[in-house]
Ligand binder design. Structure first.
Ligand SMILES: NC(=O)NCCC[C@H](N)C(=O)O
Length: 257
């Protein structure tokens, strides 16, 4: 029985060579990134999460963004085949780690592509960004794997950001938050969509029913969350943001077998 376990992965020494797609490349301070990663891991631990390190992948610059390697639903971990061929080598060690924790394993296979960052889950619905890293075949395979578990898998068009969860994430009560200029179809969540005033303000990791983790680069959104009664723990992840990373992508949250 595991509860509140998070997979994390130490940054590669080649982090600065990570992919950038929608933003200008900026210089990454690898040493600062290392400290920020340690701060992120400590924040998870302080909130009661046990962290498990996936074996490092020093040759894979983007391996720290471990969320993209899998989609975990119930006791099943669906191992992704990234839409970025450069990132496909990251998956095998992540698979070993989650298998070692007792999860059942399924795979997205060619020609399907799926990045974990494109998958938003809440209350039995699984939304999958389409138009970037994850294709229709990847979505169809995910739907097939999750159907026996009762999940409703829904495609969502995506044009302006890397992953669906770069645009929207869900609060503990199921409200979907997003920075409107980057959300193609807010109507998907009509009645439960709430705008935030900053792009990184759209990214939350749910730590428990009352607490979320957010990036300190979104002070106005953090204030709005606090005013709405949520506890917010904030972490500086500037070096990962330079590579289009956000708080969600630095871990895979496993909420219990
Ligand atoms: N789930 C995420 O938001 N992942 C961020 C991945 C960033 C990485 N530089 C990439 O382009 O794949």
């Amino acid at each position: 029985m595991h509860s509140k376990v998070a997979l994390v992965r130490r940054p590669s020494p080649r982090l600065a060579d990570g992919l950038v797609t929608h933003i200008e490349r900026q210089e990454v301070d690898a040493e600062l990134a290392g400290r920020q990663w340690a701060g992120y891991v400590s924040a998870l631990q302080a909130a009661g999460w046990t962290t498990v390190e996936v074996d490092p992948a020093d040759d894979c610059p983007d391996s720290v963004f471990v969320e993209d390697t899998m989609v975990v639903y119930g006791r099943l971990a669906v191992i992704c085949r990234s839409g970025a061929p450069e990132r496909r080598a990251e998956a095998s060690a992540a698979e070993e780690a989650v298998r070692g924790l007792g999860y059942e394993i399924a795979h997205i296979v060619a020609p399907g592509t799926l990045d974990g960052g494109d998958v938003l889950k809440w209350g039995g619905t699984v939304w999958v960004g389409q138009g970037g890293r994850s294709n229709a075949e990847g979505l169809a395979q995910l739907r097939q794997h999750l159907a026996p578990l009762g999940a409703d898998v829904v495609g969502v068009p995506l044009t302006t950001v890397l992953h669906l969860k770069s645009a929207v994430t869900a609060l503990p009560d199921g409200t979907v938050i997003g920075y409107p200029p980057l959300v193609d179809v807010p109507d998907v969540w009509s009645g439960r969509f709430a705008p935030v005033p900053e792009e990184p303000g759209a990214h939350v990791v749910i730590l428990d029913a009352d607490t979320v983790l957010m990036a300190s680069s979104a002070p106005r959104s953090i204030e709005a969350m606090r005013n709405n009664g949520l506890e917010v723990i904030d972490v500086d992840i500037s070096e990962f943001e330079k590579l289009e990373g956000c708080v969600t992508c630095l871990s895979v949250r496993l909420r219990g077998l």
